[in-house]
Design a binder for this molecule. Structure first.
Ligand SMILES: Cc1ncc(COP(=O)(O)O)c(C=O)c1O
Length: 432
């Protein structure tokens, strides 16, 4: 059997072990310690988000963010239907009701037009959501400018689920030519030398467009360092915000809400959600090589696209003009009538060759744990399992992407010959 190719395994940079070694030497192997402080500082420097708190998971980060915004029983929180469940479960932890908004075909992220219409409808009905928490799917920022604008109009805070988007960028000014493609950074200058005109490439004046890191600009942002992410601490997360008060409150809750007394004193209920010093040491090593990882993820995407892009019936996840995706996973859409095989046939063919791939995330409104038709929360489903009431707005686009979408192996340690192995199998599935 050939060696297993995983979907997106961890890729250590080399320095992690030295950071971990230092943590061991300092004996700070308990939660908290200098590595956590340094990781938070370096994370803020990297993302440009002023404050942050390192946590046990991205799910914990979303939980604390929603708690800060006061989400409670009977409140609605709008999220993306095309997402991973860790984005949504915190709404139910707080007793709220998730409302799943469909995505658009251009970005696969929350459709701002649907969001606007639903907010308008809710405002007229006198019941706005407590928060909007859209996902930056597969490392592509959702349309922050439009989402912020419409949410601001209704005074609804935005918590960005940037769990998959470390290293992704968003251009603050929407311009068609906003991308910093190679060569675009260079302008031309003409030099007259001994009667002949020589044209040389020189750096252009800085573009008026600012590149912001994913998660910047909302009330708060959530990041995940789960083992499959572009950078990992084996498991962990971060809540980040430009609002220092929000982060201090989240930090307090994440450490069992301990009041500042020498004895243990509690006036609120908290959680044991903090990141350990050892895991923060791994995070520091991973952050140091993140730019390289983004570059390799993008190369992997380009490699797949060059080899498969002209195969009839295969399309790639588009990149929005307003940003720069980290291409955490390369995702394709397979149209069976054109390609000659459906997504599941391809997935199984890869699996038979010891290669992991995965369908596009199953939309939240199709998950059996949520009931989007019934507005009661005491619903019992199959085998008496509790189901949670939810609502969906649209849903057909996400259903189609789920039906046809396949996430291809995208580990940054993959070689081009590993990629060729995947490509050959996919092409063999084609109609003869
Ligand atoms: C979009 C999204 N949101 C939330 C999460 C939850 O993060 P974690 O696994 O760190 O709890 C994940 C990933 O796992 C995710 O992909």
């Amino acid at each position: 059997m050939k060696k297993r190719i995983f979907l997106s395994p961890p890729h250590l940079g080399g320095d992690e072990i030295q950071f971990v070694q230092k943590a061991f030497e300092s004996n700070y192997i308990a939660p908290l310690g200098p590595m956590v402080d340094a990781f938070e500082r370096e994370f803020s420097e990297y993302t440009g988000i002023r404050h942050c708190v390192a946590l046990a998971s991205g799910t914990a980060a979303m939980h604390l963010g929603l708690r800060y915004l006061g989400v409670g029983s009977g409140d609605e929180v709008f999220g993306s239907t095309l997402t991973f469940i860790g984005s949504v479960t915190p709404v139910t932890f707080m007793g709220g009701t998730p409302v799943f908004i469909d995505c658009d075909r251009e970005t696969w992220n929350m459709d701002p037009v649907l969001l606007e219409a639903e907010l308008e409808r809710c405002a007229k009905a006198g019941k706005l959501p407590k928060a909007v928490a859209p996902t930056d799917l597969y490392g592509q920022c959702c349309d922050y400018a439009r989402i912020y604008a419409v949410c601001q109009r209704y005074g609804v805070p935005v918590v960005l689920d940037a769990a998959e988007a470390m290293g992704a960028k968003y251009f603050t000014q929407r311009r068609k030519d906003a991308k910093e493609k190679e060569g675009e950074k260079l302008g031309r200058s003409e030099d007259v030398k001994s009667g002949s005109v020589q044209t040389t490439l020189v750096p252009r004046a800085p573009s008026p467009v600012t590149l912001n890191h994913a998660g910047k600009g909302g009330k708060a942002a959530v990041f995940s360092f789960n083992g499959n992410k572009i950078m990992t601490t084996s498991g962990g997360g971060m809540l980040a915000s430009d609002d220092g008060e929000l982060i201090e409150k989240a930090r307090f809750w994440s450490q069992q809400a301990k009041e500042p007394f020498v004895h243990y004193e509690h006036t609120e209920i908290g959680y044991n959600y903090r990141m350990s010093n050892i895991l923060a040491a791994i995070g520091r090593g991973q952050l140091a090589v993140l730019d390289e990882r983004v570059q390799r993820k993008r190369e992997i995407f380009d490699y797949y696209r060059a080899a498969l892009g002209c195969a009839t019936g295969i399309a790639f996840m588009p990149e929005a003009a307003y940003g720069r995706c980290n291409r955490w996973l390369t995702v394709v859409l397979i149209t069976p009538e054109m390609f000659g095989a459906d997504r599941e046939v391809v997935r199984q063919a890869l699996n038979a060759e010891n290669i992991e791939s995965r369908p596009v995330w199953k939309p939240m409104h199709l998950q059996p744990v949520f009931d989007c038709r019934c507005q009661r929360s005491d619903i019992r489903g199959q085998q008496g399992k509790q189901r949670y009431s939810a609502r969906v707005v649209g849903g057909k686009v996400a259903e189609d992407l789920f039906e046809r979408g396949l996430c291809l192996p995208s580990g940054t340690a993959m070689t081009n010959s590993d990629l060729d192995r995947v490509i050959d199998i996919i092409l063999k599935c084609r109609r003869a």
